[in-house]
Design a protein around this ligand. Structure first.
Ligand code: ASP
Ligand code: MG
Length: 450
């Protein structure tokens, strides 16, 4: 049995946290492969360095080193410390070269911001070795995580990653070695680092699980798992012990910040179950996510909300009969990589749901559409998407009637609806000012607990 265990930034964020994680790894009896994020705060620091016009390389290197060495000094001494320092210093050289590289290179930022994982993985491998567990820190380059895509926005090439990893990682497992692999990036088309987007280490771990045909993926974070609602909104929100990939994917995408939404796909493809666990409370059972349907007694499993969105409505005569025009509009928006959270059309209008911060850019793009085809564009800011998730919602008669009845009780106006696209979620838009009331009412009526 092979388990891939992923630890996030807070789980490896201090000497104490690293020791706690090492114990969790040691206690696990299976063959295991570990994937880590950078220590908490490190990637933010690197992003600010990469974005600043003229960083002082030497002081950046010193600050970065000190942050890690402070934790290391509480963990290692004597010979272990000497060995650690040798590897650490050679990685610091790599960091310095990344900082000094050509800033005009489109992958410059990826090379800089992906440095944190190289150091957290090294520290964890040494903590394990110090405990007498055979362990080795490996970079994405070492194990061959292959990435495709544009800077800051990579995706794994699953097939090529799998062939490299079978050769490089599987033999270590049979020798009883625990590989500690860097999350967050793969080797891009330029042969240098290409990151998977912020929070992408969860996705890296799923890619590794897919590549080595793991039996289980465990995402260790700082919460107990998925909840039936955000506990800051609903005090009586409960933990979700079990759900399926579809439900988890919708929840992760539309609100719950437990898991990077892209984590689901690589494991879903191979039916590898995924568990979300709390590294600060390992005794908690967490949430198990798998491909089986798990019906609920309650009508809904969870209610999430994505806030700070806007509806952009484009009106044009009989737009429904002009699919080429809708295609051009979507093409224009896609050119600037703006995420469209929902689309809805009528005979003479098409409405898009985007983030508030993306509105200006989107309008600028749409203004570039030629031919005077567009009659009017309206924008409604500050709306929120409510995502009501449950098993098999489409087949349950009357679900939308009940849900919208409850929304009416919360005195909220439904601004846009997307239903039918998925059988595990009913998504609709309400004004931001009504989010709390709507989530609380739905939770109370269809899940239970206020
Ligand atoms: N360290 C990266 C970030 O902060 C990746 C991750 O934590 O998942 O975005
Ligand atoms: Mg994370």
């Amino acid at each position: 049995m092979i388990t891939v265990m992923k630890f996030g930034g807070t789980s490896v964020g201090s000497a104490e946290a690293l020791k706690r994680v090492a114990k969790i790894i040691a206690d696990k009896e299976d063959e295991k492969v570990v994937v880590v994020s950078a220590m908490s705060g490190i990637t933010n620091f690197l992003v600010s360095v990469a974005d600043s016009a003229n960083p002082d390389v030497e002081s950046v290197v010193t600050e970065f080193s000190n942050k890690h060495l402070m934790a290391a000094s509480q963990l290692f001494e004597g010979e272990t410390m000497a060995e650690f320092r040798a590897e650490f210093d050679s990685r610091i050289e790599g960091f310095r070269s990344a900082l000094l590289a050509d800033r005009e290179d489109p992958f410059y930022k990826d090379a800089v911001v992906s440095q944190g994982e190289r150091f957290s993985s090294l520290m964890l491998a040494f903590v394990l070795r110090d405990m007498g567990i055979k362990s080795v820190a490996l970079t994405s380059e070492d194990v061959g995580i292959i990435a495709l895509g544009t800077p800051g926005n990579g995706s794994a090439d699953l097939l090529n990653t799998a062939s490299g990893m079978t050769m490089r990682v599987k033999p270590l497992l049979s020798m009883g070695v625990v590989p500690i692999i860097t999350g967050f990036y793969g080797v891009g088309p330029n042969k240098g680092p290409l990151t998977f987007g912020r929070g992408g280490s969860d996705y890296s771990a799923a890619v590794v699980a897919n590549a080595i045909d793991a039996d289980m993926l465990e995402i260790w974070t700082d919460v107990d798992g998925f909840m039936t609602a955000d506990p800051r909104i609903v005090a009586g929100a409960k933990k979700i012990p079990e759900m399926n990939f579809g439900e988890a994917a919708e929840l992760a995408y539309f609100g719950a910040k437990v898991l990077h939404p892209r984590t689901i796909e690589p494991v879903r493809l191979k039916h590898i179950p995924l568990k979300v666990k709390n590294s600060f409370r390992p005794e908690e059972p967490g949430t198990l996510i798998h491909h089986l349907r798990k019906s609920t007694a309650e009508m809904l499993r969870s209610v999430a909300a994505k806030t700070d969105l806007s509806i952009i409505t484009i009106s044009s005569a009989e737009i429904a009969y002009r699919p080429a025009m809708v295609a051009r509009i979507i093409d224009k928006i896609a050119e600037i990589n703006v995420i469209i959270y929902s689309i809805s059309t009528t005979l003479s209008s098409v409405a898009f749901l985007v983030h508030n911060n993306d509105v200006k850019m989107t309008l600028r793009q749409l203004n570039g559409l030629s031919g005077g085809d567009i009659e009017r564009i309206d924008v409604k800011n500050d709306v929120a998407l409510i995502c009501a998730v449950g098993d098999n919602l489409l087949d349950k008669c009357g679900v939308s009637g009940d849900v919208f009845g409850a929304v009416k009780e919360a005195n909220a106006n439904v601004e846009m609806i997307s239903e039918g696209a998925s059988d595990v979620s009913l998504n609709f838009v309400v004004p931001m000012s009504k989010v709390i009331d709507v989530v609380r009412t739905l939770h109370e009526k269809f899940i239970g607990g206020q």
